[in-house]
Design a protein around this ligand. Structure first.
Ligand SMILES: Cc1ncc(COP(=O)(O)O)c(C=O)c1O
Length: 379
């Protein structure tokens, strides 16, 4: 339980959770040094088994980063030059970079204001004969509408690859979000809920053949698929990262409980129109809150108020990917007004397992008062 209030409240605390397992990490590290098994040893293998089971998938393949995971998953889902991949503009650069690196075309469609995830209605409108794949992103740890998206994909003969970089532990309809679609990709970047102490990523595969191909490619073996020869490359997950991630995975549920409590405190202060509303009224959904976001028309004012109170906040995807310099490679068939509005209005509050609950109460009250007075001036 978190009780110690601090001076300035940071958005993340990357160090405390690592310090809590410092001795275990150092002990394992010494054994690792002695083992000489520095590349693709037992830690990567065990992590793959443990996370495949946790995500309800046949197999998981550890790779160099969440970005590599996206590239490999899209390639093995059959995305080829000139194909279109429908995705969201309200995401991190890596999502569209992976598509462009395959000489395919990101097709950006708008998001829903309630959960900031891709709007399935807009997906259906954007499908053409060139569409190969739908790439939802479970943004900030909230699940995209996977049943609806899969249904669209099935009706149009498309693949679904989901970017779950921010959503380890997230449930959709009672199942881990990694259990949906053909493949799912994860990042172990140190700010993520299940972090390493460096770069790392994973591809979750429903089909063991996809996993086999990705295992080959990550270790310099060429792969032939659908008549096309894919080159191998070095995209291996580092053994030291796997070792640390396994230790953190054993503590994941405890840490998540603390993040959940922080989110519950924020929810109790912030009116629902200004924060996440999960699909199906939250039934069967579990949000892991990689970010806890709040929406304010005067985001700058709210940010300044929190800053003056010693509270750090974050701004994401402002502007969204339709303004990125890579947008010239993208197709944008319709309005992206909700993504633009999210870019302007959304503010990420501190959330991590070591955040004192007293701080969360104080932040929640400040934010709740600010957005409530905004709503009353609007009406
Ligand atoms: C939505 C999303 N996709 C992909 C990535 C890329 O992951 P990595 O930094 O491990 O390459 C990130 C990381 O920040 C992300 O947030």
């Amino acid at each position: 339980m978190n009780t110690q209030p601090k001076q300035r409240v940071g958005r993340y605390d990357l160090i405390s959770p690592m310090m809590a397992c410092r001795d275990e990490i150092l002990d394992k590290f010494e054994k690792f040094l002695d083992s000489g098994q520095y590349i693709l040893g037992q830690e990567v293998r065990l992590l793959e088994e443990e996370l495949a089971a946790a995500c309800g998938c046949a197999e998981a393949v550890g790779v160099a980063s969440g970005s590599s995971a996206l590239f490999l998953a899209l390639a093995m889902a059959g995305v080829r030059p000139g194909d279109e991949v429908i995705t969201t503009p309200y995401t991190f650069d890596a999502t569209i970079e992976a598509i462009i690196l395959l000489d395919a075309v990101p097709v950006l469609v708008d998001i829903k204001p309630t959960d900031l995830n891709i709007d399935p209605v807009k997906i259906e409108e954007a499908i053409t004969e060139k569409t190969r794949c739908i790439l939802p992103v479970h943004i900030f740890g909230a699940p995209a509408d996977m049943h609806v998206i899969q249904d669209i994909a099935d009706r149009h003969g498309l693949e679904v690859v989901a970017d779950m970089a921010q959503a380890f532990g997230t449930l959709y309809d009672g199942k881990p979000c990694g259990a949906f679609g053909r493949m799912n990709t994860l990042s172990f970047y140190p700010t993520k809920n299940l972090p390493g102490i460096g770069d790392g990523g994973m591809v979750f595969c429903r089909d063991t053949e996809d996993a086999e191909r990705i295992r080959k490619i990550r270790g310099h073996q060429a792969v032939r698929m659908n008549g096309h020869l894919y080159t191998g490359w070095n995209s291996r997950l580092d053994e030291v990262q796997a070792m640390v991630i396994r230790i953190r995975h054993a503590r994941f549920q405890d840490e998540q409980r603390d993040r959940d409590e922080v989110a519950r405190i924020y929810d109790s202060h912030i009116p629902q129109a200004h924060r996440l509303q999960t699909p199906n009224g939250g039934q069967g959904m579990k949000v892991t809150h990689h970010q806890y976001w709040v929406r304010a028309a005067d985001r700058g004012g709210l940010r300044a108020k929190l800053d003056a109170a010693g509270i750090d906040t974050g701004v994401y995807y402002d502007p969204p990917m339709n303004h990125h310099e890579l947008a010239e490679y993208c197709r944008m068939p319709g309005s992206l007004a909700e993504a633009e509005r999210a870019g302007r209005e959304v503010l990420a509050l501190p959330i991590h397992a070591a955040l004192p609950f007293d701080d969360a109460q104080r932040i929640g009250r400040l934010v709740g008062d600010f957005v409530s007075s905004e709503s009353s001036t609007e009406s």
